[in-house]
Design a protein around this ligand. Structure first.
Ligand SMILES: [Zn+2]
Length: 353
């Protein structure tokens, strides 16, 4: 199989439909690439040890291939880009030790190969994005690097910032609702989850965050949250409000619709790759560079006022993300994805990057 730049799209549009009507199982073999496919890491994580039933995944080292001659193994192990040294095996070698990189060396001592990150990827099939940071620090910094561009911003501590809406400009907004999501089950104490709302002015490039609401868990009941969402919706004349509806009862969108809001519910759960698609889109928006009319190159499609909570979440986000604070990131990812659907040309904003 060749290199697939976007497995998520290939899977949903080509591979999965092949099973329709005939059922069956899709087998994927390969070595994960360094940074290209968080989607593959997600489905790998889902399928580990039998996983969620829809996916099954198993890791393996190239040395498990019994058809490899010893000379080939030694050739790979001699590559300094993969192996930087050897450490003695604490178990005394096989059969007690089941490490795939444990070998008896020339002097008869069992040792483990010390692998570089690339070595872990190539030899063990490890995901080296795992534990690595998802957003590039340089790109995050330049997103916040314009404090002088927000002279008219209104602030209430770090939890609320807004620019008065300007008639004729276009705004989009999304909310990540705390307190009732499945993914929080084992994460933190109940009720400690924040509700985050973000509105972006995308009338001109770069897009700008025009409103930021961070409602700490326990700071507001549902009626109060609905009231804030309604206020933001009316004030910025949003065409609709995106909400993270994963694991929620329909009561949230019903309550908002009763208040006159148009609601776009987004579901991240199950076999869907929606969350990863949105995160990748946010990643690309922060990296994106484009020429202006005067020939200058503008770096980054999104600018934010100095919002320490948002900045910190972006700096710390990594996959897998079960134990990582991500309320701001998901609100931001939703609204940026929503804008990308119709603001960017297809070559950039579509499913294939
Ligand atoms: Zn060993």
């Amino acid at each position: 199989m060749g290199h697939i730049p976007d497995l998520s799209y290939t899977y949903d549009s080509i591979l999965y439909p092949r099973t329709m009507g005939v059922s069956g199982v899709i087998h994927l073999f390969g070595t994960p690439k360094a940074h290209s496919d968080p989607y593959l890491l997600e489905i790998y994580e889902k399928g580990k040890d039998g996983g969620d039933g829809f996916y099954y995944s198993q890791s393996g080292a190239v040395f498990e291939n019994e058809f490899w001659p010893e000379s080939e193994r030694e050739r790979i192990l001699a590559n300094p880009r993969y192996v930087v040294g050897w450490v003695d095996c604490k178990e005394g070698g096989k059969p007690e030790c089941d490490s795939p990189i444990c070998f008896e060396r020339e002097d008869g001592t069992p040792r483990h190969a010390k692998l570089t990150p690339m070595g872990r990827q190539v030899i063990l099939g490890a995901f080296i994005i795992e534990g690595g940071l998802f957003f590039n620090k340089h790109h995050i910094r330049r997103m916040f690097d314009w404090p002088e561009e927000w002279p008219t911003a209104n602030w209430l501590g770090d939890d609320l910032m807004w620019l008065e809406p300007v008639p004729g400009r276009m705004y989009a907004g999304a909310w990540d609702l705390g307190g009732n999501k499945l993914r929080d089950k084992n994460r933190r104490k109940r009720g400690s989850d924040a509700t985050v709302g973000i509105v972006i002015d995308y009338s001109t490039r770069p897009w700008r965050i025009a409103r930021f609401d961070y409602i700490r868990g326990g700071d507001a009941d549902w009626e109060q949250k609905y009231a804030v969402m309604q206020e933001v919706y009316n004030k910025y004349q949003l065409p609709y409000t995106c909400i993270d509806a994963t694991g929620q009862q329909d009561s949230v969108s019903e309550a908002l619709e009763k208040r006159g809001l148009e609601v776009e519910s987004i579901y991240f759960g199950g076999a869907s790759s929606k969350k990863i698609d949105m995160l990748r889109n946010l990643q690309v928006v922060t990296e994106f560079e484009y020429p202006e009319d005067n020939g200058a190159v503008t770096k980054g499609l999104l600018r934010s006022p100095p919002l320490p909570i948002l900045k910190q979440e972006l700096e710390r986000y990594a996959l897998p993300d079960e134990n990582i604070q991500q309320d701001c990131i998901m609100a931001l990812a939703m609204v940026v994805y929503d804008i990308s659907q119709y603001e960017l040309p297809e070559a950039v904003g579509g499913d294939v990057w």
